[in-house]
Design a protein around this ligand. Structure first.
Ligand SMILES: *Cc1c(COP(=O)(O)O)cnc(C)c1O
Length: 436
């Protein structure tokens, strides 16, 4: 399989180059030339498969030309070694819990798979790879954890100063070893811009083998499609499945659209955002208007210029109307609504949401409300994704429910360590000097 750029100027490349480079030379994003379908037999038997079996089948369908089966199987088994249970919250409403990995957020799936794939692809080469990653909170720690102590790879994390939670900052800055953290005076968008600029810089490109680990890397997107299939497998009633995805940079939702292209019967995706509502606005008006991001409680979704939008458009290039009119609907919600939802879901169903999951729940509820009258409520089998463990956002959650919550052991350990980071301005030359 070859990979092409969404900007259509750069040449098509094999998997190895797409993954190790991260970004094509024309500043677009890599996409697979074709998205093959899974067989009908696979869907007939899907409920009898384990998560790892599903992940292996899906990845094999996408990657079998590029990797030997046994290598792929090892990567899948090593990377996807924790569960993604589908938990029923109320009638016909299910939460897909994606926070059972080492950093308690869904980004563990992408980061763990990508690190193992890169390690394999670098096997015979002598060069050191430098991974630059911009994070609004959770990406950095997932990537850092995924790559910790991987031979031949250094990770440099850029995060916006004072715009991530204390727990997130500790997770980003306490690993040491081959992981370096840079605290940037600016927003997440500044961090992302700096990373993009670094990739386009001639001198850096000559002196370092730079790559990206943001959701712009195709190797992170692929494993994110696995759990859409697994969620579907866990449903006992599989009719009219609608999935609400709390979104920021739209990698997660794009992976869902890829799963649909591979044959997964999802009738509607709900793009649920906080007030950074660029994509819901686009779905409503047809106008894509990036803006500076605004800080919210669901800070991992504070993105004013979602990168993966280019991929979403690309998936629908033959039928652009279908994106907004049929397959995806968008809603946005503010911090007050987020807090009220954490409280009411806790009180009514004894289920504790984090601010991102709350946005996912809100999106599904709003979709249901709009559909009332169109069809009866229980015709919709609704899934929303819970992308982070509530303990990662302990301050907000405790304040909202008025109770102390338990912190999982692996978080407590990292909270006790010392922060190690370097403060830089959002000026590119400062970053460049640091890297050289
Ligand atoms: C990154 C993140 C999101 C947004 O995912 P995208 O793929 O960028 O849309 C949502 N929730 C949490 C907890 C995250 O870390």
């Amino acid at each position: 399989m070859q990979y092409y750029s969404t900007n259509h100027q750069a040449s098509h490349v094999p998997l190895k180059e797409a993954v190790l480079k991260g970004l094509p030379a024309d500043n677009g994003l890599f996409m697979p030339e074709t998205i093959p379908q899974l067989s009908a037999g696979f869907f007939d038997k899907i409920s009898s498969f384990s998560f790892q079996e599903i992940a292996f089948e899906v990845s094999k369908t996408l990657l079998q030309d590029d990797l030997p089966e046994n290598v792929l199987q090892n990567i899948v088994e090593d990377a996807i070694n924790f569960d993604a249970p589908l938990v029923q919250i109320e009638e016909n409403t299910f939460c897909l819990e994606l926070f059972h990995g080492p950093t308690l957020a869904f980004k563990d799936f992408g980061a763990r798979f990508m690190s193992r794939l890169m390690e394999h692809l670098l096997q015979d080469s002598k060069v050191e790879l430098t991974i630059l990653v911009a994070t609004s909170g959770d990406t950095g720690s997932a990537v850092a954890n995924g790559f910790l102590s991987v031979e031949g790879i250094n990770v440099i994390i850029l995060y916006p100063s004072r715009k991530v939670s204390e727990i997130q900052e500790k997770q980003l800055t306490t690993l040491g070893n081959n992981i370096t953290s840079l605290e940037i005076e600016g927003t997440f968008d500044d961090c992302q811009q700096l990373v993009k600029q670094a990739f386009l810089d001639k001198e850096l490109k000559e002196k370092l083998m730079l790559t990206s680990a943001n959701s712009i890397n195709i190797a992170r997107l692929i494993p994110q499609s696995f759990y859409y299939f697994y969620a579907y497998a866990q449903l006992s009633k599989k009719n009219n499945v609608c999935v609400s995805v709390p979104s920021g940079n739209f990698g997660n939702l794009t992976a869902g659209l890829i799963a649909k292209k591979m044959g997964l019967p999802v009738s509607k995706f709900i793009a649920s955002t906080n007030v950074n509502d660029i994509v819901p606005k686009y779905l409503e008006t047809g106008l894509f208007e990036p803006k500076p991001s605004q800080k919210t409680l669901s800070n991992a979704m504070d993105v004013g210029n979602p990168s993966n939008f280019a991929r979403m458009l690309e998936l629908y290039k033959n039928d652009p109307g279908k994106l907004g009119q049929n397959d995806v609907i968008g809603f946005s919600f503010d911090d007050e609504q987020t807090k009220a939802t954490i409280k009411s879901v806790y009180e009514k169903f004894n289920y504790l949401l984090d601010p991102h999951g709350a946005i996912g729940y809100l999106g599904l509820s709003e979709f249901r409300r709009q559909e009332t009258g169109v069809r009866s409520l229980n015709e919709i089998t609704g899934i929303f994704m819970e992308t982070a463990h509530p303990a990662k956002f302990k301050d907000v959650v405790e304040e909202v429910i008025g109770e102390k919550i338990e912190i999982p052991e692996r978080l407590q350990v990292c909270l006790q360590k010392e922060k190690q980071s370097t403060l830089l301005s959002n000026d590119f030359d400062e970053l460049k000097d640091f890297l050289l």
